[in-house]
Design a binder for this molecule. Structure first.
Ligand SMILES: [Zn+2]
Length: 108
């Protein structure tokens, strides 16, 4: 099981953790670490310190950003039936791999 079923632009639902039940769109995929970044989910904050430079004082800022999430905590939402689903794989005649929704049988 080293095959990652998610790709950029997929809509996923969170199965566990503080964002459980929420959905979002994948904006980044890290295949090596099996993690994805989902728009608006798993929000972390970092603080940029105030700096004094030649152009004056720059106020400190709070920066919010979505942190990578483990794929095992997510499930794909099928764009056809709008349900969380596992995917099956199908090979097209040209050898390309296609993902199939196990709930409605449509290509994702
Ligand atoms: Zn479906």
């Amino acid at each position: 099981m080293n095959n990652l079923n998610f790709k950029k632009g997929d809509t996923v639902s969170v199965l566990q953790g503080k964002d459980k039940g929420k959905t979002g769109k994948i904006i980044e995929v890290d295949r090596k670490n099996r993690k994805v970044v989902v728009e608006g989910l798993n929000i972390h904050h970092k603080f940029k310190k105030a700096t004094i430079g030649t152009t004056g004082t720059q106020a400190g800022q709070k920066i919010s950003f979505p942190a990578p999430m483990l794929c095992s905590k997510l499930i794909l939402l099928c764009p056809s039936c709008n349900k969380p689903t596992r995917v099956a794989h199908n090979f097209l005649e040209n050898g390309a791999k296609q993902r199939i929704c196990k709930k409605c049988g449509k290509a994702i």
